[in-house]
Design a protein around this ligand. Structure first.
Ligand code: BJW
Length: 234
């Protein structure tokens, strides 16, 4: 695609759906099974930490049984071959982008496979459970580890790096996200203001579809490899 050097790609739960990981807002998604305010706010964690730990322990265990799909693989291929700047900003807390091989990646909503110690503020790789209140591997304190995910009302990670990349982008692409959660839902407008072309790849038009120059509908495992081939000139 001529004139494109710097690309920012925003991904959401739809990119991992065909790997068997539940989305949030689709029919049968996570928010139909749990109220957001019961499991995804700091207040919920104070009120009922066992419920929150059970919710995240189960999801942490589940993602370790899932595999990257063709959409993750195509994005990793683009990352490996794109000569210009490229940043994949994922809202997903699974590790499927990196398991597919993506390197230029930011997890703006955190990572399931980390535990965050609120006593020493360090993150440690974590694959097991937290409900049993294990000691922090870094400081040894017991009872201070929480899931390293960004809940409603908390600041997403690395926002300065993300906005810097968006403001340098010629192309902004949003994949598999409903556009319901800010600040990610506002990235398309930021990108447009910075002069980027904008493209949405999603199963259905998102809440912010209006803001995109082009929107393609279909499953990520089909749309993303097609788009990557087009971009790399295959
Ligand atoms: C497919 C597919 C297939 C399916 N192929 N596609 C009023 C107005 C504006 C903002 C606010 C407001 N009131 C409160 C706020 C702020 C709040 C917010 O946005 N609330 C909204 C509900 C309105 N945001 C926050 O609190 C954030 N922090 C914040 O704003 O800090 C201040 C700040 C200000 C300015 C700058 C910077 C900071 C924090 C938000 C944290 C979100 N956390 C969660 C949970 C993470 C941990 C966990 O996993 O449990 O993140 S919520 C959940 O939603 C998760 C996701 O990352 C996020 C987005 O969901 P996503 O990925 O879009 O999934 P779905 O399910 O919604 O959509 C899937 C899409 O895929 C669908 O469209 C399908 O069609 C599609 N699809 N299969 C292709 N095969």
């Amino acid at each position: 695609m001529s004139g494109v050097h710097n690309i920012v790609i925003l991904t959401g739960a739809g990119v991992s759906a065909e790997s068997g990981i539940d989305t949030f807002r689709d029919s049968g998604g996570l928010w139909e099974q749990h109220r957001v305010e019961d499991v995804a706010t700091p207040e919920a964690f104070v009120r009922d930490p066992d419920l929150v730990h059970r919710f995240y322990d189960a999801r942490r265990a589940a993602i370790q049984t899932k595999q990257p799909n063709a959409a993750h693989a195509a994005l990793a291929r683009l990352d490996a071959h794109w000569p210009g700047e490229l940043l994949i900003v994922t809202q997903n807390v699974d590790d499927l982008h990196e398991r597919a091989g993506a390197k230029r990646l930011i997890h703006m909503h955190g990572e399931h496979l980390n535990a965050w110690c609120t006593a020493c503020d360090r993150r440690s790789p974590w694959t097991g459970t937290l409900i049993d209140r294990p000691a922090c591997p870094a400081c040894g304190m017991v009872g201070y580890l929480r899931p390293d995910v960004v809940w409603f009302g908390e600041m997403p990670y690395r926002m300065d790096d993300i906005y810097r990349a968006i403001n340098r982008a010629d192309l902004f692409v949003s994949i598999g996200t409903s556009g319901a959660v800010y600040p990610a839902a506002g990235f398309v407008r930021e990108a447009r203001q910075a002069g980027a072309r904008t493209l949405e790849l999603n199963m259905e038009p998102s809440q912010g579809s209006y803001w995109f120059d082009e929107a393609r509908q279909g499953p990520a495992t089909q749309l993303v490899p097609q788009w990557v081939d087009q971009l790399l000139g295959f």
